[in-house]
Design a protein around this ligand. Structure first.
Ligand SMILES: [Zn+2]
Length: 160
């Protein structure tokens, strides 16, 4: 699949096979959307998981409406409550790069199971859209997909 390689500044810098790449600033890149590529990006991000306490390694990759992909891994801390999930790391990287519109997120734990996002991540994703498709992949790249609305019915919205 051909895809435009796009810098964070939106300039097209080349063409090639769709993949997710890291920028020097730890951002983004590319691509025309393919579920398989998004899952592959999540699996690759999982390799960087910092999980010395649980050894439960998670990778995530979130796709923007502009077909950019941002990845994340879980990052644990000796003060356990400060741990951050892979899904939120990916989302926060995207938001820090001025992204606000998301179409899909993939996550994998590299196991046989289809693990779903925790409640906190569901709520944080819901801040941006309940229409995000959530691809929960196992180690073989097989997946279950649900919308965020399915995963978080009656999501909290601040109404002032
Ligand atoms: Zn989570």
């Amino acid at each position: 699949m051909l895809a435009a390689f796009v810098s964070p500044a939106d300039s097209i810098i080349g063409w090639g096979i769709g993949q997710c790449f890291s920028t020097p600033l730890g951002g983004v890149i590319v691509v025309s959307f393919s579920v398989e590529e998004l899952i592959k990006a999540a699996a690759e991000a999982r390799e960087n998981a910092y999980a010395p306490y649980s050894n439960f390694r998670v990778g995530a990759a979130i796709m923007t409406k502009g077909h950019r992909c941002y990845t994340g891994c879980n990052i644990e801390n000796a003060s356990y409550g400060l741990t951050c999930c892979a899904e939120r790391v990916a989302l926060f990287k995207a938001v820090a790069n001025n992204e606000r519109d998301f179409t899909a997120i993939a996550l994998t734990t590299g196991t046989d199971k289809f693990i779903s996002p925790c409640g906190a991540c569901r709520q944080v994703l819901a801040e941006f859209s309940l229409n995000i498709e959530v691809y929960m992949a196992n180690k073989n790249g097989e997946y279950v997909v649900k919308s965020l609305a399915e995963l978080l019915p009656d999501a909290f919205k601040l109404e002032i």
